[in-house]
Design a protein around this ligand. Structure first.
Ligand code: SF4
Length: 181
């Protein structure tokens, strides 16, 4: 896929919304390109849209999204200050994990977003995001550290929703993302 002629984030997101590069396009209601300022100091990357995201076309608007909003607030950040997206832009059936082939098909969009946003910190929320960008997994060992100059691995909000004991660490990671570095 050649995205070199696409120069602004609005055009990129328009292309994502009509994309049929992988099978996830056939089951989606709406693609979820992501939202936030461009350029952005902080970029948050999750795994994939869920049911409410698929219906609205907006990232992290379900229960995990509400938890993310609260964690951002507790970390002294506003949602409007960060750009939020995910590794794949269309919802996998029954919220299964995205397949390697789907992640690979969607990766040029994520790369193009990273280039356009030029964030100081990229928060990789969960193993799927860590694997897609760093080629590494293992949140317990990776989280809370700045890796590869600007990547910070943390929990996925859905994991924090399942285990509220992770909330303090999640907030602390988001605080770290807000700097100073
Ligand atoms: S997940 Fe990505 S590559 Fe697959 S159809 Fe959606 S936008 Fe295209």
């Amino acid at each position: 896929m050649n995205l070199s002629k696409i120069e602004d984030i609005t055009s990129l997101h328009r292309k994502i919304c009509s994309c049929k590069l992988c099978d996830l396009s056939s089951g989606r209601t709406k693609a979820v390109p992501g939202e936030g300022p461009c350029p952005a100091k902080i970029m948050l990357i999750g795994e994939a849209p869920g049911r409410e995201e698929d219906l609205t076309g907006r990232p992290f608007v379900g229960r995990a999204g509400r938890l993310l909003d609260r964690a951002l607030f507790d970390a002294g950040l506003r949602r409007s200050e960060v750009f939020i997206t995910s590794v794949v832009k269309c919802r996998p059936p029954k919220n299964r994990k995205p397949k390697h082939s789907e992640i690979a098909a969607c990766h040029p969009y994520l790369e193009a977003q990273m280039k356009m946003l030029n964030p100081e910190v990229v928060c990789l929320m969960g193993n799927v995001a860590a694997q897609a960008i760093l080629g590494m997994q293992g949140i317990a060992a990776l989280r809370g550290r700045i890796l590869h100059d600007r990547c910070l691995v943390t929990y996925h909000p859905a994991a924090v929703l399942r285990n509220k004991n992770l909330m303090d660490d999640f907030v602390s990671d988001l605080k770290k993302a807000s700097g100073p570095y």
